[in-house]
Design a protein around this ligand. Structure first.
Ligand SMILES: [Fe+2]
Length: 372
């Protein structure tokens, strides 16, 4: 099993504090034939962590991927590559890096993987040199590592073409994938990424208030965090437009739920999130999109995401309007209870914000007009 993204970072941090002496590091570097001083090794590790986002950006820019799905695959690949490279530099976990590279061609970047390894190493080397002015030892280390890994990936690619299959879900952590997707989304639009994290947190709260099992609460958080991942395909001008959208722009905007689901369906460890992502803009009364599902036909997680999404969006400031007060945002949720949103989910939010629904606030559910 691989360590999770979080625990892996924690390991690196704890390691630096564990006072590995310069002598230890030198010995380690010599053993591995690295010709890098302890100081440089330490600076390189810090550099990777501090500049991760720019490094991913440079590698993506230099790669030939133009289409969004290629960009996501490249980002996923580069982010995971940087994780494993850090681990390898620090702990000598080269075997896991090699095993991972053997299957890297299955992450979606396919034949571009070797090229991305080389490009990421080049970007890392260039940015490190720019900041520290010590390029040679880092450059030779990365070149050597980059070439070696690129060769391994090429071999794995060739094996795959001959029918040898390795399940990528066993080699890349789900958390790594989620982080990569969020980094991609953030690079495109920081506001959407912030919103995604907040919606994830609200989904967890709502699921807890609905007394769902702990795993379901975590799953709700994951669905909320990834609900807008399809916006990596929405043009920036549309996302940031300071005013109402025209018909064509709405069509582009509406595509994000389908696109997000399609993308997640391709990632083995996140397949299960796809239905919630596809349906998070459906409405309880059947007037939503993309499938005009109605009531219980809409997956429960999508109904939770829909409320968390709307609630956080209303309570946040946007280019096109100021934030609503908490009380007005709750009023809007109550107004859409049973028309736009699942009444049970709205009631859970009312419970969280400490407000009991007044009978006069409650609208009848269209499917059951005689109900209260
Ligand atoms: Fe959305």
């Amino acid at each position: 099993m691989h360590a999770s993204h979080k625990s892996h970072r924690a390991d690196v941090g704890q390691g630096s504090q564990r006072a590995r002496t310069p002598e230890d590091t030198r010995k380690y570097c010599n053993l591995r034939g690295l010709r890098m001083s302890a100081e440089t090794t330490k600076s390189l590790l810090t550099h990777i962590e501090e500049h991760r986002r720019e490094l991913i950006g440079s590698a993506l820019k230099a790669s030939s991927f133009g289409h969004w799905s290629g960009t996501v695959a490249s980002s996923l690949f580069t982010n995971t590559f940087l994780d494993k490279l850090t681990l390898e530099i620090y702990t000598g976990g080269r075997e896991s890096l090699e095993a991972w590279c053997d299957a890297a061609s299955d992450t979606g970047a396919a034949s571009e993987c070797p090229r991305l390894v080389v490009l990421t190493c080049a970007a890392l080397s260039a940015s490190f040199a720019g900041e520290h002015g010590l390029s040679e030892e880092v450059f030779s280390y990365l070149t050597e590592r980059g070439n070696e890994l690129a060769q391994r990936i090429e071999k794995a690619d060739a094996a795959r073409k001959h029918g040898v299959h390795v399940d990528p879900s066993t080699l890349v952590d789900r958390e790594d994938v989620v982080t990569s997707l969020l980094v991609t989304l953030e690079a495109r639009d920081p506001e959407t990424a912030e919103h995604a994290k907040a919606v994830g947190a609200w989904c967890r709260r709502i699921a807890r208030a609905m007394h769902l099992a702990t795993e379901q609460q975590e799953f709700a958080a994951l669905c909320g965090t990834l609900h807008d991942v399809g916006k990596v395909s929405t043009p920036r001008e549309i996302i940031n437009k300071p005013g109402p959208l025209n018909e064509d722009e709405w069509a582009d905007m509406h595509a994000h739920s389908r696109v997000g689901a399609k993308l997640l369906e391709r990632i083995p460890s996140l397949k299960g999130v796809a239905p919630a992502v596809r349906s998070h803009h459906e409405r309880w009364d059947g007037k939503g999109y993309p499938d005009r599902l109605c009531g219980d036909e809409i997956p429960l997680m999508a109904r939770i995401v829909a409320v968390a999404d709307a609630f956080h969006a209303m309570a946040s400031r946007h280019n096109y309007r100021e934030a609503l007060s908490l009380s007005r945002a709750v009023d809007a949720l109550v107004a859409g209870r049973g028309t736009q949103w699942d009444p049970t989910v709205i009631d859970a939010v009312l419970g969280i914000v400490g407000r009991e629904p007044r009978v006069t606030e409650l609208r009848p559910v269209p499917k059951n007009p005689s109900g209260s």
